[in-house]
Design a protein around this ligand. Structure first.
Ligand SMILES: Nc1nc(=O)c2c([nH]1)NC[C@@H]1CN(c3ccc(C(=O)N[C@@H](CCC(=O)O)C(=O)O)cc3)C=[N+]21
Ligand SMILES: [Mg+2]
Length: 282
């Protein structure tokens, strides 16, 4: 029997735990989210984050800026939020309009408030096992595996995709958990063959239903990071769920898998940011 890994339910448990912890703090934690432009998917995700904040008891400030916002203006808003003592976490929703250099924006966020874990200081901390903020989707994947009692140490893990926000950091976290890790990408040869090695297959390639049963060893754990909407408005992942669920040992659905965990980990990072902020102020 294939296990369906219920990310939505696990995320709900985590938010319940965070809600209890946050309610015991003397000061309310605050997350500032900046959304530039009107990408429909971004609006949905930012709205989901806002609702999660309300649920767990984090104050959420959403700043919506027009598509025409210049990089200089955006940087000025970030600097203001960096200075504000009542703001613990800052998140600039990606992707940004083409005229804005995302790297420059990410670097402008104070590393102490970088709850996305995208700032170079936090990326470096991850690779050196230093204290920092872990990126939310990779941290959510590890949490999903742990809370599903799936062992990571010693396992063959294959990561499909090498992005800065998912592929590379999730590979680092799996390595930290003592897995044997292979990272594959668009120029990898014999991709199905390498994927067949995986005890745990993490798919983050950004192509709808691209991974079918040829890529999956019977009994493997399959984690689908992709999220797409087809022309009919139907949501699907990078994995052909119907084909793969018959052969996998465990699999995440889309929606209801990794997405809700990303948001739960963002809430966790906000709590950590607020606690560290309070510690610095004392
Ligand atoms: N600075 C920044 N930080 C991010 O963390 C970030 C980002 N930019 N840009 C885009 C990606 C994507 N992302 C998702 C968050 C929630 C869901 C989510 O809630 N998914 C639900 C369903 C959502 C839906 O209805 O489409 C689910 O999978 O069940 C998905 C994707 C955060 N990202
Ligand atoms: Mg996601």
């Amino acid at each position: 029997m294939t296990v369906l890994i219920n990310g939505k339910a696990i995320a709900a448990t985590i938010k319940e735990e965070l809600k209890a912890q946050l309610s015991a703090r003397p000061r309310v934690a605050t997350l500032a989210v900046i959304l530039v432009g009107n990408d429909p998917a971004s609006s949905i995700y930012v709205n989901n984050k806002h609702r999660a904040c309300e649920y767990v008891g984090i104050r959420s400030l959403v700043m919506t800026l027009p598509d025409s916002t210049s990089q200089a203006e955006l940087l000025k808003h970030i600097e203001t939020l960096n200075q504000r003592d009542d703001v613990d976490g800052i998140l600039v929703q990606l992707p940004l309009p083409a005229a804005i250099d995302s790297q420059a924006v990410i670097q402008a966020i104070s590393p102490d408030k970088d709850v996305d874990g995208f700032h170079p200081q936090n990326v470096g901390a991850l690779s050196m096992n230093h204290t920092g903020f872990l990126p939310c989707t990779p941290a959510g994947i590890i949490e999903l595996l742990k809370r599903s009692h799936i062992e990571i140490a010693g396992k063959e893990c294959v990561v499909l995709g090498r992005s800065n926000i998912v592929g590379k950091p999730v590979a680092q976290l799996l390595l930290r958990e003592n897995a044997t890790v292979t990272i594959c990408h668009s120029q990898t040869k014999n991709l199905p063959h390498i994927c067949q090695r995986a005890d745990i297959l993490i798919v983050a390639i950004g192509k709808p239903r691209a991974i079918d049963s040829r890529y999956v060893k019977p009994g493997a754990v399959v984690i689908d990071v992709g999220i797409h909407r087809d022309s009919a408005g139907l949501i699907c992942g990078d994995v052909d769920f119907n084909a793969v669920q018959a052969i996998a040992g465990a699999i995440t659905p889309v929606p209801g898998g990794v997405g809700p965990m990303t948001i739960a980990m963002l809430m966790q990072n906000c709590l950590i940011a607020a606690d560290r902020h309070a510690l610095r102020a004392s």
